[in-house]
Design a protein around this ligand. Structure first.
Ligand code: UGA
Length: 434
């Protein structure tokens, strides 16, 4: 099928390449000329495992092209909208500028019978108002939220755990078009859930709100563990055996960040307030606050580990990305902790396998070092804030001891073997662990 994808960021670029890889003819469109040039050469503008190969395969096959010219959308049967919906600069609500601009630019190129499929995360009610504009062209609008995780985006797009399509009243035909787009997944038995527009928009924010709540729940337990001597990782293992609870997303540490969870829960709260139902999701404010408190805690542990002051002391910060397998530093708890330690006068050196360039752009005041070992050399304390395997599994305490000047390790992700580090003579500080 001929498809267009408007917006070629983390979501749109992966979606365009993934759709080409399952046999569609796809044009990806973005206003950012440099991004389009890179994508056209088969280069991913960001780190995402598996993306470079499906990009170059798609381009070589002739089924995948990128352009800044939105007129190229003409003739496609389905037009996906994958632009960003960041947090507003002066508030918690989502900024819909890019969604509105994408729809406005697309309207002159739509034909009767086309389907516009919104994938961006939007406040509930947005799709219904966009539908009014789209329908004047004879095209239809559906909402098809995306659940991909950065780092696993290609797999999550080609082989998702569910597909959700919200349609206007009586518009089963558009849902069938989407079913055809996703035929390989549908044929494998992937649940294909057809809803109204509002439900589809809500499914997305509800899923992210639940995940954020789960993380803050275990981090709240970590706070209690800290004043009782309990160990939150054992607690998580124990409650996680209950299949109704499940162990995933019960990783206590410095909390969630990235371009989705933090802004999505804030936008959800803002939208609920507009709808007169602020109290229904008032707990999301607590979820946000617990999350931000954990960054303070990690900083405090580093201060404690260095005897009450980090001033002029070298601290090696392992990680800058908001999570492993990503170079994304948007709202990264790891980078935030590094910035706070720097603010306290520490001599901070940050390393990350993929995110140094993005981190440097966001926080040029910090010192960056690409080599892990050079980062920890002569450090008085080491703090692990992004649990890349390079730091979590491949750094032995014996090896680290040969490089550092101090023996203090703060494990901001509870990813290290505390007993092994202690046995090697280190003072180990976990999050919610004795
Ligand atoms: C999240 C959702 O997981 C996706 O389903 C969703 O599609 C996406 O947002 C989106 O809205 O686009 P992502 O932001 O890629 O995906 O990252 P996650 O894997 O959810 O991790 C989010 C944050 O939570 C990271 O900072 C991670 O370190 C943290 N986290 C995760 C924890 O602190 N503890 C855990 O147990 C799990």
């Amino acid at each position: 099928m001929r498809l267009s994808v408007v917006g070629c960021g983390y979501l749109g670029a992966v979606h365009a390449a993934a759709m080409a890889s399952i046999g569609h003819e796809v044009v990806g469109i973005d206003v950012d000329g440099r991004k389009i040039e890179a994508l056209s050469r088969g280069e991913a503008p960001f780190f995402e495992p598996g993306l470079p190969s499906i990009l170059s395969d798609g381009i070589a096959s002739g089924r995948l092209a990128f352009t800044t010219d939105v007129a190229a959308a003409r003739g496609a049967k389905v037009h996906f909208i994958g632009v960003g919906t960041p947090q507003q600069k002066d508030g918690d609500a989502a900024d819909l500028t890019f969604v509105n601009a994408a729809i406005d630019s697309l309207l002159p190129h739509l034909s009767p019978g086309d389907v516009v499929a919104g994938k961006s995360t939007v406040p509930v009610g947005t799709a219904a108002s966009l539908a009014l504009r789209v329908e004047r062209t004879g095209a239809r609008l559906v909402w098809n939220p995306e659940f991909l995780r950065e780092g696993f985006a290609v797999k999550d797009t080609i082989d998702p755990d569910r597909l959700v399509v919200g349609v206007g009243v009586g518009d089963n035909a558009s849902a069938e078009v989407l079913r055809e787009v996703y035929a390989p997944a549908v044929d494998k038995g992937t649940p294909f859930i057809v809803t109204d527009l509002a439900t589809a928009e809500l499914v997305k924010v509800a899923a992210n709100a639940f995940l954020a709540t789960k993380i803050s729940f275990i981090n709240a337990m970590a706070e209690i563990a800290e004043v009782t001597g309990a160990d939150v990782t054992q607690l998580a293992d124990a409650i996680g055996h209950d299949v109704r609870i499940g162990r995933r997303f019960l990783g206590a540490g410095i909390g969630f960040g990235g371009g989705c969870l933090p802004k999505d829960i804030r936008a959800f709260s803002a939208r609920a307030e507009e709808l007169g139902r602020g109290e229904s999701v008032a707990f999301l404010r607590e979820v946000d606050e617990i999350n931000l408190r954990r960054r303070d805690r990690a900083v405090q542990l580093a201060v404690d580990a260095l005897g009450g002051s980090v001033f002029n002391k070298k601290i090696a910060v392992l990680g800058a990305a908001f999570k492993p397998h990503s170079d994304d530093v948007r709202d990264s708890p790891a980078l935030d902790v590094a910035v706070r330690l720097y603010g306290l006068g520490a001599s901070v050196v940050v390393t990350d396998p993929e995110a140094i360039d993005n981190a440097r752009r966001a926080h040029p005041q910090l010192t960056y070092e690409s080599s892990r070992d050079e980062t920890i050399r002569d450090a008085e304390a080491v703090i692990l804030v992004t649990e890349w395997d390079e730091y979590r599994r491949q750094l032995s305490p014996e090896h680290a001891s040969t490089l550092t000047s101090g023996r203090a390790i703060v494990d901001g992700r509870n990813g290290l073997d505390a007993a092994a580090w202690r046995a090697a003579g280190w003072r180990y500080y976990g999050m919610g662990r004795p």
